[in-house]
Design a protein around this ligand. Structure first.
Ligand code: C2E
Ligand code: MG
Ligand code: MG
Ligand code: MG
Length: 285
């Protein structure tokens, strides 16, 4: 009987693997065509400064308008793009498009608007990374200080000295550097101060429980202190409620991003959002 069950499990297991492999192959080959067919689009999520309550920039988030599957979110295809190497071409498209669209928005009366772009491991490992970013800036006319590059911690921990070198090359261009999903990877605090970064982004998983969970609240509060002690700015991602916002303001978190203010939206919808601001903190009378 155990043998029977073993076989069934095995069958189930291989079916699941085949299914996954099939989906990956389908997505992989469709991705290749997607670049040429211009099926990608960027949505932008506003990032707000908590002191002024104003929008200071956006994060560019890729979506895939697939002819049959509809709007496909990055969690379903970025991993595959990474494995197949297609991420390099896609990432280049993202950088160029984000810079161009942001430059255009700046011309519509938001001259200091910034944009944050996510970088994948494969992109980060390339020796011509700084070159590609410089080209995207030059071709679009966007000022380097208006571009922020988001990198995850785990991406930098593989090869710390190499990462420091790559980050330096980016800093030399004048762009801003931010660590994404901070707290979820295994970063060494000892290394953190060696990285030439400007900002930490607290992962959504901690932010979502700050009001109900004591541990999460302690983690968020510690990350904010850590950032400030290292003279870094700190952004909370995934802010969905007024209570979370109040907590973050109390702890002097610098910036926020989340559904409370806006979901990621197409570039055409941004102008209507850029003038809006967060409600002032409720003051105790
Ligand atoms: P991320 O960089 O950490 O982006 C934040 C994700 O959280 C986005 O998901 C965003 O839509 C979502 N989010 C923001 N605020 C809230 C909120 O209040 N509540 C909830 N529930 N979610 C919120 P999205 O757009 O699906 O992107 C997922 C991940 O895909 C990103 O995580 C990033 O790692 C990756 N990604 C997106 N665009 C790109 C890209 O152009 N290049 C690369 N390499 N990766 C990308
Ligand atoms: Mg990000
Ligand atoms: Mg993140
Ligand atoms: Mg994430």
């Amino acid at each position: 009987q155990a043998k029977e069950r073993g076989r069934n499990n095995y069958q189930f297991y291989t079916d699941a693997i085949n299914q996954r492999a099939l989906e990956r192959m389908q997505i992989g080959s469709a991705l290749r065509a997607a670049i040429e067919r211009e099926e990608f689009v960027l949505h932008y999520q506003p990032q707000l400064d908590l002191d002024s309550g104003r929008v200071i920039g956006t994060e560019a988030l890729i979506r895939w308008r697939h002819p049959e599957m509809g709007l496909v979110y990055p969690d379903r295809f970025i991993g595959i793009a990474e494995e197949t190497g297609l991420i390099v071409a896609i990432g280049d498209w993202v950088l160029r498009t984000a810079c161009q669209e942001t430059k255009r928005l700046q011309g519509l009366g938001h001259p200091d608007l910034r944009v944050a772009v996510n970088l994948s491991a494969r992109q980060f490992a390339r020796s011509d990374l700084a070159h590609g970013i410089e080209a995207a800036l030059q071709d679009s006319g966007l000022e380097p200080c208006c571009l922020e590059i988001e990198i995850t911690e785990s991406l930098m921990m593989h090869d710390v000295d190499g990462a420091i070198g790559s980050l330096r090359a980016l800093k030399d261009l004048g762009v801003r550097l931010s660590i994404d999903d901070f707290g979820t990877g295994y970063s060494s605090l000892a290394y953190l101060k060696r990285f030439p970064i400007d900002n930490l982004k607290i992962d959504r998983s901690f932010v979502s429980d700050i009001v109900s969970g004591h541990e999460e609240a302690a983690i968020v509060s510690s990350i904010i202190s850590l950032a400030h002690n290292l003279r870094l700015q700190v952004t909370a991602e995934g802010v969905e409620t007024e209570e979370q916002l109040a907590y973050l303001r109390n702890r002097r978190c610098n910036k926020m991003q989340g559904y409370l203010f806006s979901k990621p939206v197409p570039a055409e919808m941004l102008p209507a959002l850029l003038g809006a601001c967060l409600p002032a903190p409720a003051t105790a009378l």
